[in-house]
Design a binder for this molecule. Structure first.
Ligand SMILES: [Zn+2]
Length: 133
């Protein structure tokens, strides 16, 4: 029996690697990896390791409590929209950023900011976050 895509993804994340799937049909990268290409729906995909380098396009923070209790110790935290070098867009926690208005304004004015992964272990689960490069 082959390992699930989710298990392979999280195991790699624990080793500091970002795995996605590259489509054999259209060449687009799907991240996080799924069974079918996000762009064309093809099941013909190969594993690909992403660089992890990207640009922070937008940063904000939530006013509501974290969506899962496992994030309580991290809160309050900033999150952002990131574009990876491989032309993949995602949202993630941004570490090392104070959520005060002055700091967030500085990030807005500096956008896009170079970011790299900052993989966190939270309550036994590896979480993909990013930090300023
Ligand atoms: Zn495709």
């Amino acid at each position: 029996m082959t390992d699930s895509i989710i298990k392979l993804y999280y195991d790699a994340l624990g080793k500091g690697k970002l795995l996605g799937k590259k489509c054999d049909q259209c060449g687009e990268v799907t991240f996080p990896p799924t069974t079918a290409c996000d762009s064309c729906g093809s099941f013909e995909q190969d594993w690909v390791e992403l660089s992890g380098r990207g640009k922070l396009l937008y940063i904000s923070h939530g006013m509501a409590p974290p969506p899962n209790p496992r994030f309580n110790d991290l809160a309050p935290y900033a999150y952002g929209h990131i574009k990876l070098e491989e032309d993949v867009y995602l949202q993630a926690i941004i570490t090392g950023v104070s959520i005060d208005p002055v700091t967030l304004k500085e990030f807005f004015e500096a956008d896009p900011v170079d970011v790299v992964p900052d993989i966190l272990e939270v309550d036994g689960l590896n979480i993909l976050a990013f930090k300023q490069a």
